[in-house]
Design a protein around this ligand. Structure first.
Ligand code: HEM
Length: 75
């Protein structure tokens, strides 16, 4: 499993969507993403988020998020 960190991998991936989700949580804030990781995972896996016309996250990007969860959320 690749080593994943929030600062190097997760925040840069989510930064482009930050503005559209800030009403609910900050996708670039470590605490918000940890606290909502189940909902975030469900939505990216079932390709509900990001919504059209944004392309869904790739399988590699989704795997990166699950690796980060498995590694117990490295900051
Ligand atoms: C990877 C990027 C994104 C993630 C992980 C994400 C995650 C989520 C999650 C977990 C919810 C459910 C919130 C809840 O149940 O309280 C949600 C809802 C929502 N998101 Fe996002 N979001 C992303 C990108 C976006 C973008 C780019 C937009 C707009 C262009 C957007 C618009 C919305 C809207 C309107 C809702 C409420 C309606 C619904 O639940 O479908 N999101 N998102």
């Amino acid at each position: 499993m690749a080593e994943v960190s929030f600062a190097n991998d997760i925040a840069p991936l989510f930064k482009q969507f930050q503005g559209q989700m800030i009403w609910r949580f900050d996708l670039t804030a470590y605490g918000d993403v940890v606290a909502n990781h189940k909902e975030i995972y469900d939505r990216i896996r079932n390709k509900g988020m990001p919504p059209p016309p944004f392309p869904p996250l790739t399988d590699e990007q989704i795997a990166m998020f699950t690796d980060w969860i498995s590694q117990n959320f490295p900051p």
